[in-house]
Design a protein around this ligand. Structure first.
Ligand code: HEC
Ligand code: HEC
Ligand code: HEC
Ligand code: HEC
Length: 133
C-alpha cells in the first residue's frame, strides 16, 4: 500500500480492525471518489454487479497460494491501473521478483473477460467507468 496513491491513508481509515476484513470496511471508495462513483453509476458493468474493487483491488497478491495464472489469494492494495497494453506488473532483479506500483490489465480485466486480450482491454479501459452509458 505504501507504493500506492493511498500511501497517506491509514489502514484504519478504511478498515475497522475489530472486524473480519469483508465486514470491516467503514469508508467506501465512493465516499472519497465522488465523481468516479457518479460516472460509474448506470454503466453496463455496474448494472451486472461489478464493483470498484473488482478492477482496482483484484486478487493479484499472493501470500502463499496461487489459484491461477493471474489469480492470487489476497486483494492488492495498489489501486492504480496502468492502461498500457505493454505494461508489466512484475519485474526481476537478480533472482527476486518485485511488483511495480500499478496494476496491469490482465489482473484488472482479464480474470472476468477471459476470452479477450490485453490490447482489447487497453482500448476499452480509458473511459471504462461510463461504458454503456
Ligand atoms: C482505501 C481504503 C483501504 C485502505 C487504506 C486499506 N485497505 Fe485493506 N481493504 C480495503 C478493501 C475495500 C478491501 C476488500 C474488502 C472486500 O473484499 O470486500 C480490503 C481488504 C483487505 C484485506 C483482505 C485481503 C484478502 O483478500 O484477504 C486485508 C488483510 C487488508 N485489507 C489489510 C489492510 C492493511 C494492513 C492496510 C494498511 C496497510 C489496509 N488494508 C489499508 C480497503 C483499504
Ligand atoms: C479516505 C478517502 C479515500 C478512500 C476511502 C479511497 N480513496 Fe482512493 N484516493 C484517495 C486519495 C487522497 C488519493 C490520492 C489523491 C488523488 O490522486 O486523488 C486517492 C487516489 C486513488 C487512485 C489514483 C488516482 C489517480 O489519479 O491516479 C485510485 C485509482 C483510487 N484512489 C481508487 C480507490 C478505490 C478503488 C477505493 C476503494 C477501494 C478508494 N480509492 C478509496 C482517497 C481515498
Ligand atoms: C471495470 C473496471 C473498473 C471499475 C469497476 C472501476 N474502475 Fe476506476 N478505473 C478503471 C481504469 C481502467 C482506470 C484508469 C483509467 C485511465 O487511465 O484512463 C480507472 C481510474 C480510476 C481513478 C483514477 C482517476 C480517474 O478518474 O481516472 C479513480 C480514482 C477510480 N478509478 C476510482 C473508482 C471507483 C471509486 C470505482 C467504483 C465506484 C471504480 N473506479 C470502478 C477501472 C475501473
Ligand atoms: C468482475 C468481473 C469484471 C471485471 C473485473 C471487468 N469486467 Fe467488464 N464486464 C463484465 C460483465 C459481466 C460485463 C457485461 C457482459 C458483457 O458485456 O460481457 C462487462 C462488460 C464490459 C464492457 C461492455 C460495456 C458496454 O455495454 O459498452 C466493456 C467495454 C468492458 N466490460 C470492459 C472492461 C475492462 C476494460 C475491464 C478492466 C479495466 C473490465 N471490463 C473489468 C465483467 C467484468
Amino acid at each position: 500500500m505504501l507504493a500506492s496513491p493511498h500511501k497517506s491513508l491509514n489502514c484504519v481509515i478504511c478498515h475497522n480492525p475489530h472486524k473480519k476484513y469483508k465486514f470491516s470496511i467503514k469508508t467506501k471508495c465512493e465516499s472519497c471518489h465522488v465523481s468516479q462513483a457518479k460516472g460509474f453509476k448506470g454503466s453496463t458493468m455496474e448494472a451486472v454487479g461489478v464493483s470498484c474493487i473488482d478492477c482496482h483491488m483484484p486478487r493479484a497478491t499472493k501470500s502463499a497460494v496461487a489459484y491461477g495464472k493471474f489469480f492470487g489469494d489476497i486483494r492488492t492494495h495498489l489501486f492504480r491501473i496502468n492502461t498500457d497494453a505493454s505494461a508489466k506488473m512484475f519485474y526481476k532483479e537478480g533472482k527476486k521478483t518485485y511488483a511495480n506500483d500499478f496494476l496491469t490489465l490482465e489482473f484488472a480485466c482479464l480474470n472476468c473477460h477471459k476470452n479477450k486480450d490485453k490490447s482489447w482491454a487497453s482500448k476499452m479501459a480509458r473511459g471504462v467507468h461510463t461504458a454503456g452509458k
